[in-house]
Design a binder for this molecule. Structure first.
Ligand code: PLP
Length: 393
């Protein structure tokens, strides 16, 4: 009677949410500080002070009917101009406001971009490990979804990638810094990826678009994150302020289309059409203006870096294996048994909530979100020790 696919999606929680809900219940049973919840990617640091200040200034000084009214469907013109200017200052790509579309965060940016690009039956590739919602978003756009394996260091297995590109491949989603591995793809990796995509497009007579999912661009610990538009013409950037300004609940981000793309204006119109069809017009107006005012704010990453260092040091001393993350706030740890599901289940006995890698396309690993207090990390070390001792016994 109802839409079967959506009923299926709505009635099964994601593994991450499942674990988070379990954690809430468990905390009520045994106490908040006895449960080490590393399940969610909810920023643990406050937004920069300037964010609060601009909210207060806007609410105090701008007429409410204008501040809370509809903007253009694609976003306020001044906001888009400011974002275009900021992108050009940082990456010299020559973008203008008419290639920027304001959205409700990266999830909406991805949904709209996929909707704009995909014709039914075309294929979307994701590079494992990948954000699980990519499959949902791609299939909603009518795409077939296929996963490219990673190498042991969680970078791209280019042989596997090449073998999976056929005429039906329309887009590939690239996420760096990566959720769940924290890996940042280097300039060399990006160049090789783009070379392969160009060569394959030429050989097959097709166009393959890169959808660059960038909610963690600002959360890095020293590594440069190459800006894909400067490497590959057919690039669409899906950006979000959720993590950079610690505003995930406010739902604000944008889509930026590479001005060097052939028919970029046409794709922009398809983006406007997809936004309209999905009901994603006029992203939250107050937060469009907040984004404008804070366009050059840097994310406050010092705390995440400290957490990363404390956790990586402690876990590697205990014998856990992982690729050291250069960005985002996740650590993707190899299960000592080689089975991520078993690892995550066994961790629960020690009140450690870590997410099995299966949903991210890597069955051997589990994800630890370290966007938590440093104290939680320190308190959890005896539990990680006891867990490893079990494997060694
Ligand atoms: N993409 C990745 C890789 C993410 O980790 C997330 C959220 O955690 C999103 C997209 C969705 O972000 P937003 O909250 O901006 O919709």
């Amino acid at each position: 009677m109802f839409n079967e696919r959506f009923y299926g999606l709505g009635s099964t929680r994601s593994v991450i949410r499942e674990l988070f809900e379990y954690g809430k219940k468990r905390k009520a049973e045994i106490g908040e500080d006895k449960v080490f919840d590393f399940s969610l990617g909810n920023p643990s640091i406050e937004p920069p002070k300037s964010v609060n200040k601009s909210i207060i200034d806007l609410v105090s000084n701008v007429s409410p009917t204008s501040l809370h009214g509809y903007t253009s469907a694609q976003g306020d013109v001044g906001v888009r101009e400011t974002i275009a200017r900021s992108i050009n200052e940082r990456f010299s790509v020559g973008i203008n406001k008419d290639l920027i579309y304001m959205t409700c965060g990266a999830a909406a940016s991805l949904t709209i971009s996929l909707g704009a690009l995909i014709n039914s039956g075309e294929k979307v590739l994701a590079l494992a490990p990948y954000f699980p919602e990519y499959k949902v978003f791609s299939e909603t756009a009518g795409a077939k979804f296929e996963v490219v394996k990673p190498l042991d260091d969680m970078t791209i297995d280019f042989d596997d990638l090449s073998s999976k590109i056929d005429k039906s491949v329309k887009a590939i989603i690239v996420n760096s810094p990566n959720n769940p591995s924290g890996v940042v793809y280097s300039k060399e990796i990006i160049e090789k990826l783009c070379d392969i995509l160009r060569a394959k497009s030429k050989e097959l007579g097709t166009r393959i678009f890169i959808i660059c999912d960038e909610p963690y661009r600002e959360i890095t610990y020293g590594e440069e994150v190459p800006y894909l538009m400067n490497y590959y013409d057919d690039t669409v950037v899906c950006y979000s302020y959720s993590k950079s300004l610690s505003l995930p609940g406010e739902r604000i981000g944008y889509i930026a289309i590479n001005p060097k793309m052939q028919d970029s204006e046409k794709l922009y119109l398809a983006v406007c059409g997809a936004g309209r069809a999905y009901g994603y017009v006029c992203a939250p107006s107050l937060f469009q203006f907040v984004a404008k005012e804070n366009v050059s704010q840097k994310a406050l990453v010092a705390e995440y870096k400290e957490n990363r260092d404390v956790l990586c040091d402690a876990l590697s001393k205990l014998g856990y294996e992982f690729a050291k993350p250069d960005g985002a706030f996740y650590l993707f740890v190899k299960s000592p048994s080689g089975d991520g599901e078993e690892f995550s289940k066994r961790a629960l006995k020690h009140e450690l909530l870590i997410v099995a890698g299966t949903g991210f396309g890597v069955k051997t690993h589990a994800r630890i979100s370290y966007c938590v207090s440093k104290q939680q990390i320190l308190n959890s070390i005896p539990a990680f020790t006891a867990l490893m001792d079990e494997y060694k016994a």
